[in-house]
Write a protein that binds this ligand. Structure first.
Ligand SMILES: Nc1ncnc2c1ncn2[C@@H]1O[C@H](C[S@+](CC[C@H]([NH3+])C(=O)[O-])CC(=O)[O-])[C@@H](O)[C@H]1O
Length: 321
């Protein structure tokens, strides 16, 4: 039986039903391709996670499942050793039975910037495009969403999500290991989030159109991305790397981004937050030991990246389909 069976069952009777025409074949191919190398090792980690009481759940202020007293000291040490095999942990933090996975990013701070500006998620069907390990999926559920789906093609992030879900197997929260290009036009979600993805896309305007194709008419887009200062014609295309990332293509001004959204047919697009990313929001920890933001900035001037571009400035934009 497919590992995605419970997802298929959940959508069989709802407005995502049409997805069943394409998704099972895609995920079957994914399962066939994935089952070797690192993924096989990560799967072993998932298979060995301890079974413990599931009666403590906190999703409103943070993502925390289980109490410390539910596991013996030995089980806790084993849990930590297993979860460390899924490093690097980038998006979080998560607390499981008192063990905190101190991730590279304080994704909770991003959520705090986004939440005050969006429509209530109560009873909504929500999609998060490029959800990473799924941290925000849990916070969306905490805000009362009926059904939450994240998509992200990374096998590691899928395994990290499944490790967290092991401690709270909520049948209404799912991560599917696919990219946006593999999605049919569902026009069904009440809210679509895409945070931290637009600058990784080679065709950002097509990407915005793809996000719109997932929303029902009148549904809400919540977009978070890197921006620069400037007018509606201002867009930075890095010569090579941006903040040491090779896969950054377009960093528009907020004015340009609003124009792009208007051109693909979104209404009422508004910039609701603008924040410079701080070195305490993205940093090296014992769960992510590689370089982090401090290493990507000019050591003598934190207003610039190491390549001399403006340092990361992030905007949150809300718009209607
Ligand atoms: N084609 C694609 N389709 C879907 N996802 C993709 C694609 N390509 C890459 N990704 C995924 O987009 C995520 C971007 S990270 C943002 C995480 C979270 N949203 C956050 O706001 O913290 C930010 C960063 O790494 O710069 C990664 O998890 C990729 O695997």
């Amino acid at each position: 039986m497919s590992r995605f069976q419970s997802f298929y069952q959940q959508i069989a009777g709802n407005k995502l039903l049409h997805w069943l025409e394409t998704l099972p074949a895609q995920l079957k191919r994914w399962e066939q391709d994935a089952l070797h190398g690192d993924f096989k090792q990560w799967q072993k980690v998932l298979d060995h996670l301890p079974v413990a009481a599931k009666n403590h759940v906190e999703l409103k202020q943070k993502v925390e499942f289980g109490l410390p007293e539910d596991l013996s000291d030995g089980q806790k040490q084993r849990l930590e050793a297993l979860l460390r095999q899924l490093m690097p942990w980038r998006k979080g933090p998560f607390t499981l039975h008192g063990l905190t996975i101190d991730t590279e990013w304080r994704s909770d701070w991003k959520w705090d910037r986004v939440l005050p500006h969006i429509s209530s998620l109560k009873h909504r069907t929500v999609l998060d495009v490029g959800c990473g390990s799924g941290y925000h999926l849990w916070r969306m559920k905490g805000e009362g969403a009926d059904f939450v789906v994240g998509i992200d093609p990374s096998q590691l992030f899928y395994c990290q999500f499944e490790a967290i879900k092991h401690f709270h197997p909520d049948p209404t929260v799912h991560l599917l290991p696919i990219g946006i290009d593999e999605m049919p036009q569902l026009k069904a979600f009440d809210t679509v989030f895409s945070m931290g993805v637009l600058y990784h896309r080679r065709s950002p305007i097509d990407f915005l159109a793809q996000l719109k194709q997932q929303l029902r008419p009148g549904g809400e887009l919540v977009l978070e991305t890197l921006v620069i200062e400037g007018d509606e014609q201002a867009v930075l295309v890095p010569t090579d790397r941006y903040a040491k990332m090779r896969n950054v293509w377009f960093i528009p001004s907020t004015a340009a981004l609003l124009l792009w959204l208007q051109r693909v047919g979104f209404n009422n697009a508004k910039v609701v937050d603008l924040s410079v990313t701080r070195v305490d929001e993205q940093r090296k920890t014992s769960w992510m030991e590689n370089e982090s933001l401090i290493d990507f900035l000019d050591p003598t001037d934190h207003s610039k990246t190491i390549e001399g571009y403006p340092a990361p400035l992030r905007a949150v934009i809300v718009a209607q389909a």
